[in-house]
Design a binder for this molecule. Sequence first.
Ligand SMILES: [Zn+2]
Length: 185
Amino acid sequence: MEQSEDAKRRLQEGNSVFSKSADPNMLARLAEKQEPFVAILACSDSRVDPVKVFNLSLGSAFVVRTAGNCASDPSVLGSLEYATSHLGVKAIVVMGHTDCGAIKASCECCDVDNLKSVMTDMESAKSALKGLEAKDPDQVALSNVRVQISRLLYCSPVIGDAVRTEKLVVYGAMFDIRTGVVRFI
Ligand SMILES: [Zn+2]
């Protein structure tokens, strides 16, 4: 209980610093509407914050984060469809990363019931690889980015049509935690 109180206090203190230092004109502008130029599907991993990694500011990116940057849950696809059709983003980035815990969990035993669809995706990512590559978590993470891009293109008519009519581009990317570099694939 004490630790959760500490967590809450850290967040309150952080927000106090943010709200006092944020540019009031920027906040007023953002309060009118959001106009992100990109949507990003990234992992929930605490080391993989797309807004920081791409040096973006509030309002620049519509971000969806799930374990293993998986779009298996309908709410993930729906969120990216909303960004495409209502916010008019011109690009979606699906970003995997090195040292991904979701990938590692799929190589071990993961007993989180609601992560089963994520684990199924990881198996698809592995099955696209051969031999030793299928045992390399970073190769599986890369393969998983491709699995998720296919899902966006073929399971979402909104995203698929926007790409076919050249209103939208879907990029894959890998973030290397050790170097901080994102490589577009
Ligand atoms: Zn991850």
